[in-house]
Each structure stands twice: as C-alpha cells, then as structure tokens.
Write a protein that binds this ligand. Structure first.
Ligand code: FE2
Length: 324
C-alpha cells in the first residue's frame, strides 16, 4: 500500500468523509448536475446504469416487498438471498454490470479531482443512488492508492472496474472476531472497538506497532484470492460469508470502479465498517491464480483504526440520472 502523507486538517475532513461513506450511507454528496439527462426513459430506452440500478433493486429488495418493476420480477419471496430466484437475479445483475464501461457513466480516466485544501484525497467517491436495500456509486483511486482491508458485515457487494487496474485481495471471515492475543500478537484482551469510530486516532496509530494491537479484535480469515481486475474482468462479488473482506489497490495508474453494496452500511443495524491488517509475520502473496498461490490459506487479521493515509473525498457523479 502506498503511504500518502496526510496533513492535519485535510486528513481530518477527509477521514470524516470516508467514515460517512464506509460506515453509513447516504453519502452526503449531491448528484452532479453535469448532463443529468432530464426525464429518464423506461425499458429499452433506459441508460445502462439505470437498468443496473433497477436490476439491483429487484435483486436485493427485502423479502415480501412488492415489485412493479419490469426488470425481471425476481423476488426474494422465492428464497431470499441464496434462493434460486435471488441467484437468477444476481446473475442478471452481473451480466448488466459486465457491460458497463467508463463512457457509460461519462467518466474520463484520471485520479480524483483536486479538492480545496493542502492534500488531494487518495480516493474519492461519486454517489449515484441509494435505497434501503442497496447503494451504488463510483470509487476513483489515484495511482498507487489503496482502500485498506475492510469488511461488509451482513452485506452483499459487486465491484466492476471501469478503468485502470485494481489488485484485490479477498478474504472469508472465519468465526466471530475475538478479543485478546492472537498468533504473533502479544497482549491481553480488550473491549470491542470499531475501527471507523476510532479513526480520529488514526494518525497516532502505527500499523507496525504490535503493542497498540493488544486491545483490538483479531479475526481468523481465509485468504481466498489476490488478483488483478481490469475493465475486461467480470465483476468481483462479495457476500455475507464469502469474500466479505477485501483490500483494493490501484496499480499502474489511476483506476475507478462501480460499487454496489446491499444493503448499505448502517451501524444502527449492525452493519458498521471495520478495518484490518494482517497480523505481524504474514503478508499477501503476489497477485496470481489462486491455485498457483496455494490459496485458500488461513490467516489472522487484526482490527485497526482507519489508516492515517486513507481518506475519501467526494465528487459529483457526471453520468446519466438514475432513479432506482
Ligand atoms: Fe469494500
């Protein structure tokens, strides 16, 4: 992960923005007005991103919810997440996502736009839409930027690269997080602590100081994959139990990806964001095919505060208007 030096005020503001994004939606960013497109046509005249939103609504709508959409009439009444109709709708959503390109969202490949203040954010977020059942937006990463390892409790997600190359490491959580010492980690137990809630202390925390880790939770996990994703790649999926934790790095230049989370982060309903790192003595292998990397492999993670060099700005979404 590239360390991006932060400077006081800018990092603090950015840290708050990142927490808002990663902990809880709705994102404060308003939709950009640039070429919104006016009234949204329906059905085959709808923009691709509008069809993606409609399919996401169908796929992730709560059990028993009424559906008048023409997007496919899925319905979790036929089994909810994991049921045959959910799987069918998820496949449709993946197919639609597979078609999305940067130009569909009027994105021009680049890093995050400069923002007022002394430091440009390593990552910025373009809010597209949000309902109670899902949120959708675009993350834009500077060259070398990293979204640190984090979780999505009880959530599904899809990630589609729009431009650039991402290196993504995916982990399954194994069991519940636990307090106290883990392998290679001396120290006693401590209270549970949300990394996001403690992000204001991030500047004081050093990932290389095991002494500071004694009061944080550790998590047993299965490293499932570490591979490169480009616009030609299929969407990267996560579910409540598979690939639920991930770390995302931009390699070789700026990158952007479309992000769908279902349901959105919501700490009041147990869907808070936590950050982790590999416990001392462990490291990620170079990206490659899982079988050649000897994956899956069990690892130990340690919950950390939000990294001092990670914060997220906001930018207007320049693409077609979306009404989920
Ligand atoms: Fe994520």
């Amino acid at each position: 992960m590239q360390r991006i030096p932060g400077r006081g005020e800018g990092r603090k503001r950015g840290g708050q923005a990142a927490r808002r994004r990663l902990r809880r939606s709705p994102h404060p960013l308003r939709l950009g007005g640039g070429g919104g497109g006016g009234t949204m046509p329906r059905d085959n005249m709808a923009s691709l991103i509008q069809r993606v939103a409609r399919q996401a609504r169908v796929t992730f709508r709560p059990p028993g919810a009424n559906n008048n959409s023409s997007a496919g009439g899925g319905g979790s009444g036929a089994g909810g997440n994991g049921g045959p109709r959910f799987v069918e709708n998820l496949q449709r959503l993946q197919q639609l996502l597979n078609e999305v390109r940067a130009e569909d969202l009027r994105l021009v490949p680049r890093g995050p736009s400069a923002v007022p203040g002394p430091v440009q954010p390593p990552v910025s977020y373009m809010h597209i839409c949000e309902t109670e059942s899902f949120s959708m937006g675009v993350f834009v990463l500077r060259a070398g930027a990293c979204i640190p390892l984090h979780d999505h409790p009880g959530m599904n997600g899809l990630l589609k690269v729009l431009y650039g190359t991402l290196r993504i490491a995916c982990f399954d959580p194994l069991g519940a997080p636990a307090d106290g010492p883990g392998p290679g980690n001396n120290g006693g137990g401590g209270g549970r602590r949300s990394a996001c809630e403690s992000s204001t202390a991030a500047a004081a925390a050093s990932p290389s100081r095991p002494a500071s880790s004694s009061s944080r939770r550790r998590q047993r996990a299965l490293l499932r994959s570490h591979q490169l994703y480009t616009p030609a790649s299929s969407p990267c999926l996560l579910s409540p139990h598979a690939d639920n934790l991930h770390q995302i790095d931009a390699v070789g230049g700026p990158a952007a990806f479309l992000d769908i989370l279902a349901p959105p982060y919501d700490p009041e309903h147990g869907r808070d964001c936590h950050y982790y790192r590999l416990l001392d003595g462990q490291s990620l292998p170079p990206p490659g095919p899982a079988d050649q990397l000897g994956l899956p492999k069990e690892v130990w993670l340690l919950e950390t505060p939000q990294a001092a060099d990670f914060w997220c700005g906001g930018e207007p979404y320049p693409g077609p208007q979306v009404s989920p």
